[in-house]
Design a protein around this ligand. Structure first.
Ligand SMILES: Cc1cc2nc3c(=O)[nH]c(=O)nc-3n(C[C@H](O)[C@H](O)[C@H](O)COP(=O)(O)OP(=O)(O)OC[C@H]3O[C@@H](n4cnc5c(N)ncnc54)[C@H](O)[C@@H]3O)c2cc1C
Length: 508
C-alpha cells in the first residue's frame, strides 16, 4: 500500500535536523508552526480534524456560523507578534472590535451587572449593590495588578527546572498564591453577588474560583487595561488568517491526518507515525495534542519516565463543557454579545462539578450572541447563539449519548425564562457538543474542556513541561502545558518553545 503523501519527497530530502512536525492545529499549534517556520524550519502541520482550529474550530450549519469555542479575545498583542514574524499586520486580515459591556452578568434573582470597560460605570453599578464595595473593588484591582506584574511576565518563560520555580517562590508567597481567587476577592468585596461577578474568571480557563490560585486574578487587570475584543466573522476568522500566514511561509498543512505515535530511538524523537501507517521523519516534534493524551497515547511505554499512565490518571482535570450552538428565526436584540447567566448556587455548584463530579439539575451558563455585533454570523433577521454550560468531566459517569437532549431541553427552558422567550418555537438550527465529543473528537483525556485543571499543584513547574523530559526533541504547546488554557496562555506556550528551540542555522 502506498501511503506516502505528495509532499513526501520534499520532506524526505530536507535535512531531518531542519524539519519540524507540529501535531494539532489549536491556537498553540498554529502559533508554534508560525514561530518555527520563522526560525527557518521546514514545518509540517498535522491535524486530525477536517479543518484547523481545535477548540477554535468553526461549525457552519443552515447558513449560521458558530465559533466552536473561544469568543473572548484578550491581549491581542500576542496575535500581532505572529503577524509581525511574517512581516505582516494582523489588522489587515482580522477586524477586532472592543466589546462594551465586556459581558452582562445576570444573577438568579434577575438583577443585572453590565461589566463595562469604563471603570466609572462599574463603580456606579457596584454602589447600587453595596456602596462600601466601590472602594473595595478599586483595592481589588490593585491586588490584581500586583499579580499581573508577577504572573504575566512568567507566561512565556519555561518552567523546566526547580531553580526556575524557586526564583518565583518569594513572589508566590508574598502574593499569597496559596489562596484562591474567591478568597482574595472576598477580602475586598463583601456583597455576595459582586463577589461572584468579580471572581468567576478562572472558569474561563477551566478553573474553580474556590481552588484556583489567586494569581489567576490577574485576568481582571488584563481585561480592564487591555479590553475584551471580538473578531468580526468570528474567532474562526483568526484561525483562517493564521492558516493563511502558515501557508504563506511554505508550511505543509495536512488535515484529516491523525498521528498514531511519536517515534523515538535512543531517547530521541525520530518523527511520527500516522494512523494511515505513513512515517514522517523529523528530529523535532511539537505536540499540540492535549499533554495528557500525548503522554498516554502517543508515546510508547518504554520511553515514559515521569508522565506515566498512573500519574496522568491521578491528575486533576478541568471541568467538562456542554455546548449548545443554535440559530433562531427571529432576533433577540436585548441580548448582548457576551452574557453570563448565573444559577441559584455558586460555591456548592462548583464543588459538585469540580470535586464530586456530580451531575446537577441546576447550572450557570455563558451565552454567546455574536450577531449582537456581527450580522454576518446568521442569515438576515436571524440570530446565532451558543450556550456553554460547565459540567463535570467524564468521571461523572454521565452517558451523554442519551443525556444530551434532556440537558439541552433544560438549557432551552432556562434561556426562555431568562431572556429568550419563545425560543423553542423559533429554533432554526441546533448542534451540541458534550464531554464525550471533547474526548472522541479533540482527544481530550476525560473529555475535559480545558485540559489539566489550573490549580497551584498543577501550574508552572508542576504542569507537563514545554520541553519534554521523556525524550529529546519533543516539545509541548497548548492548554495542557505551561502556562495553561485560554488563547493568551496557549499563544504564550508557543513563545516558550520559541525561546527553547535554536534557530535552524544553529542546529544543521
Ligand atoms: C467552549 C470553549 C470556550 C472557550 N472560550 C474561550 C474564550 O472565550 N477565550 C479564550 O481565550 N479561551 C477560551 N477557551 C479556551 C481556549 O479555546 C483553549 O484553551 C485553546 O483554544 C486551546 O488551544 P490548544 O492550543 O491547547 O489546542 P486545542 O484547541 O486543544 O487543539 C488541539 C488540536 O490537536 C488535534 N489533535 C489532537 N490529537 C491529535 C493527533 N493525534 N493527531 C493530529 N491532531 C491531533 C485536535 O484535533 C485539535 O485540533 C474556550 C474553550 C472552549 C472549549
Amino acid at each position: 500500500m502506498n501511503t506516502a503523501h505528495p509532499d513526501f519527497d520534499k520532506l524526505h530530502h530536507a535535512n531531518p535536523n531542519e524539519r519540524a512536525i507540529v501535531i494539532g492545529s489549536g491556537f498553540g499549534g498554529l502559533a508554534a508552526a508560525i514561530r518555527l517556520a520563522a526560525k527557518g524550519y521546514h514545518v509540517t502541520l498535522l491535524e486530525k480534524l477536517d479543518a484547523l482550529g481545535g477548540r477554535g474550530y468553526t461549525y457552519r450549519q443552515d447558513g449560521f456560523t458558530f465559533d466552536g469555542g473561544p469568543t473572548i479575545v484578550t491581549v491581542p498583542e500576542l496575535f500581532e507578534e505572529l503577524w509581525a514574524l511574517c512581516g505582516k499586520t494582523m489588522s489587515s486580515d482580522v477586524d477586532l472590535r472592543l466589546m462594551n459591556p465586556f459581558y452582562r452578568i445576570r444573577f438568579d434573582d434577575g438583577r443585572i451587572f453590565d461589566y463595562s470597560n469604563e471603570k466609572s460605570e462599574n463603580l456606579r453599578q457596584i454602589r447600587e449593590y453595596n456602596p462600601d464595595d466601590a472602594r473595595g473593588y478599586e483595592r481589588y484591582l490593585k491586588a490584581s495588578e500586583a499579580r499581573h506584574k508577577v504572573g504575566f511576565d512568567l507566561l512565556d518563560k519555561p518552567f523546566s527546572t526547580l531553580a526556575q520555580l524557586m526564583r518565583f517562590a518569594p513572589d508566590l508567597v508574598r502574593l499569597r498564591g496559596d489562596q484562591s481567587v474567591y478568597t482574595l476577592v472576598s477580602k475586598y468585596i463583601k456583597n455576595e453577588q459582586l463577589r461572584q461577578a468579580v471572581s468567576f474568571h478562572p472558569l474561563l480557563i477551566g478553573g474553580n474560583p474556590f481552588t484556583a490560585s489567586s494569581l489567576y486574578s490577574l485576568i481582571s487587570h488584563l481585561e480592564v487595561t487591555g479590553g475584551v475584543w471580538s473578531a468580526m466573522g468570528g474567532t474562526g476568522r483568526i484561525v483562517e488568517a493564521m492558516g493563511n500566514l502558515i501557508k504563506g511561509q511554505g508550511t505543509d498543512i495536512r488535515v484529516n491526518t491523525e498521528v498514531d505515535q511519536i517515534t523515538t530511538a535512543g531517547g530521541k524523537v525520530t518523527g511520527v507515525r500516522l494512523k494511515s501507517g505513513e512515517h514522517i521523519a523529523a528530529n523535532l516534534v511539537i505536540s499540540n495534542a492535549d499533554s495528557a493524551w500525548t503522554y498516554k497515547h502517543l508515546l510508547s511505554e518504554t520511553v515514559k519516565r515521569k508522565w506515566t499512565e498512573r500519574r496522568i490518571d491521578k491528575a486533576h482535570y478541568s471541568n467538562g463543557l456542554f455546548v449548545w450552538y443554535f440559530g433562531t428565526k427571529k432576533q433577540y436584540p436585548d441580548i448582548p454579545h457576551h452574557s453570563i447567566i448565573l444559577g441559584p448556587r455558586y460555591k456548592s455548584l462548583l464543588t459538585d462539578i469540580f470535586k464530586h463530579k456530580k451531575p446537577t439539575d441546576d447550572f450557570s451558563l455563558y451565552l454567546h450572541r455574536p450577531t449582537a455585533t456581527d450580522p454576518s454570523m446568521a442569515p438576515e433577521g436571524c440570530d446565532a447563539f451558543y450556550a456553554l454550560v460547565p459540567v463535570p468531566h467524564l468521571d461523572s459517569g454521565t452517558d451523554w449519548t442519551t443525556h444530551a437532549e434532556t440537558f439541552r431541553k433544560a438549557v432551552e427552558e432556562r434561556l426562555e425564562e431568562t431572556g429568550l422567550p419563545g425560543l423553542s418555537e423559533n429554533l432554526a438550527t441546533s448542534l451540541m457538543l458534550t464531554p464525550l465529543d471533547f474526548q472522541n473528537r479533540l482527544n481530550s483525556v476525560k473529555g475535559a474542556g480545558f485540559s489539566l485543571e489550573p490549580r497551584i499543584t498543577q501550574s508552572a513547574y508542576f504542569r507537563p513541561h514545554n520541553k519534554s523530559e521523556e525524550v529529546d526533541g519533543l516539545y509541548l504547546v497548548g492548554a495542557g502545558t505551561h502556562p495553561g488554557a485560554g488563547m493568551p496562555a496557549v499563544l504564550s506556550s508557543a513563545k516558550v518553545i520559541d525561546n527553547l528551540i535554536p534557530a535552524v542555522s544553529h542546529v544543521s
